[in-house]
Ligand binder design. Structure first.
Ligand code: ADP
Length: 528
């Protein structure tokens, strides 16, 4: 491959001088005729990886994308830069559709975005089979997998479409979802041919990560806002109701904010989105409906007012900060209620038309993902390290740029506490969740505990001098370390983990890092 040409295309059409991590490798792979999979987080620059080779290959590149609402914007941006591009989806009138086909026939389209449902439509199929297709690119490729976040049955048709062509184009697939299972499905279900799979770029060095567990979230949020004067930010909440409430309160406090959720009329949503994007209202309070495809580079903080249900969502949403490479802060405000809200979402998430067995499996998977997310909020180790490990990338032990790395911890011996907790789990029959065990240990007189007769147990009231919060922190730590196993059921219960006996009978001592009380963590440098 001529080194000059891909750089020339990058410069001429996209205005950039250098490739980002991974881009060149994927472009070279495609240009050499090999299938490719790019797993990169949102904002890493996946589009360039297929748009640049598309410009350098003879023939047309089809980009299968589920985001109908965004195709128009994406194609608009491309054509403005001089890239001959078009899209086909249900929003086109038949005249517009014919116009696109005409342009393709005239050789005036290099990149065609298309909704997956349209691929096998008869008129389109017979038309496109006559054309020279260089590559089929599958964007948001995790949609092909039942294990991905947004499974789209129509993605399964991509393989049938490719097989119906006379000659097989190069296939490339891109996603921000990195789990092993999803990656296997992408390769298998799209029938990729010995693809190069590149996982990269999950480490966003300019992002500062922090988890706070404030007694009053609104106060914590107002403090964060005060810390980021005149900056643009996104505040994510778990429910529409929360969005409305939080937006109202911060507006009352004088911050220029708009809200965004799926319950608002389309026109209002669009208007609020524009107000945010053009910085007339630089703060948006939103549910996770906000953000898909939004490319605002100067977002300097993302606050999660509630914990999301899994690390993939968290990283994707938090990753909307600092796309311009400037320092930015990603702060999660955690409370135990967030876990219960997410549990509720999971238990009420039966997929339409899904058979009961699959639904049960998916729920179990989601409960596991929720547990991983909850552990993120409880770990006292490097947050960046936790995240990168989750996504399968090498991680530092300490990044020096997250809330945990910047907190002074003390190492405490918690062997006795662990023994007390494990004994209580045993005495209550390994059949109860955290609340019952904590209440028993702290000598609660609530009806549940008395009704169960747990006030008669030898482990009743043996940790009355330790706060509920600290006991919960210790329990989460013991779960992360394998001393306790928290089940993936609808009502999770605590059992002995594989290491429980080591501490009860094997003389193992357990140390835990706990924040030094009352010593404020140094402030982040982001967003100032
Ligand atoms: P993704 O699809 O991975 O979420 P995009 O392809 O939308 O990311 O790219 C995110 C942003 O990064 C865009 O604004 C894009 O123009 C920019 N970008 C991509 N590649 C480069 C590059 N090599 N140099 C500078 N900016 C880039």
């Amino acid at each position: 491959m001529d080194q000059g040409s891909k750089h020339a295309v990058l410069k001429q059409y996209f205005g950039y001088d250098t490739f980002r991590e991974g881009q060149e490798f994927l472009i070279d792979t495609i240009l050499s005729g090999q299938d490719a999979v790019g797993v990169m987080p949102t904002g890493a620059g996946k589009s360039i990886c297929f748009q640049v080779p598309a410009m350098l290959m003879d023939g047309i590149t089809l980009v299968v994308s589920p985001l109908i609402s965004l195709m128009k914007d994406q194609v608009g941006a491309l054509t403005q830069s001089g890239v001959p591009a078009a899209f086909i989806n249900s929003s086109l009138s038949s005249a517009e559709y014919r116009e696109v086909l005409f342009d393709i026939r005239q050789g005036q389209c290099k990149i065609l975005y298309i909704a997956p449902e349209r691929l096998l439509a008869e008129g389109f199929l017979s038309f496109i089979r006559e054309q020279d297709i260089a590559m089929v690119t599958v964007d948001e490729a995790h949609c092909v997998s039942q294990w991905g976040q947004d499974f789209r049955p129509s993605y399964l048709e991509i393989d049938r479409f490719v097989k119906s062509l006379d000659s097989r184009p190069i296939l490339s697939a891109f996603t921000a979802t990195a789990t092993e299972q999803v990656r296997r499905d992408i390769v298998g279900l799209l029938d990729l041919n010995e693809p190069e799979v590149l996982v990269t770029g999950f480490d966003r060095k300019n992002l500062y990560f922090e988890v706070q567990k404030p007694p009053k979230k609104l106060d914590a949020l107002l403090a964060i806002l005060a810390d980021h004067p005149d900056k643009s930010g996104i505040i994510y909440c778990a429910t529409r109701k929360n969005v409305e409430e939080v937006c109202e309160k911060i507006c009352a406090a004088g911050y220029p904010a708009v809200c965004y959720h799926a319950g608002l009329p389309d026109a209002v949503r669009k208007k609020n989105q524009d107000l945010f994007i053009f910085d007339e209202k630089p703060i948006v309070v939103a549910t996770n409906a906000f953000g898909m495809g939004i490319d605002k580079s100067n977002v300097s903080f993302v606050v999660h007012y509630n914990m999301p249900g899994d690390m993939e969502s968290y990283y994707q949403e938090a990753g909307r900060a600092g796309r311009d490479g400037e320092p930015a802060d990603c702060i999660l405000l955690y409370s135990g209620q967030d876990v219960r809200t997410q549990q509720f979402f999971i238990e009420n998430s039966d997929r339409e038309g899904g058979d009961p067995e699959t639904n049960a499996l998916l729920k179990q998977r989601d409960r596991q993902r929720l547990k991983d997310m909850t552990f993120y909020c409880h770990t006292n180790d490097c947050l960046r390290g936790y995240m990168l490990k989750y996504f399968g990338e090498d991680a530092p032990v300490c990044c020096d740029h997250c809330g945990n790395c910047q907190t002074q911890f003390e190492i405490l011996d918690i062997t006795i506490e662990a023994q007390k907790i494990l004994s209580c789990i045993k005495r209550t029959g390994q059949r109860f969740g955290i609340k019952v065990v904590v209440d028993t240990l702290r000598g609660s007189k609530n009806q549940r505990i008395l009704g169960l007769g747990f006030d008669k147990l030898s482990t009743y009231n043996i940790m009355a001098d330790i706060s509920e919060k600290r006991i919960r922190d210790i329990i989460h730590y013991l779960a992360m370390e394998g001393f306790i196993h928290i089940t993936d059921d609808e009502y999770p219960v605590m059992r002995f983990g594989p290491r429980a006996r080591d501490v009860l009978f094997g003389g193992e001592r357990i140390e835990m890092k706990l924040p030094k009380e009352r010593e404020p963590a140094p402030k982040s440098t982001g967003g100032k």
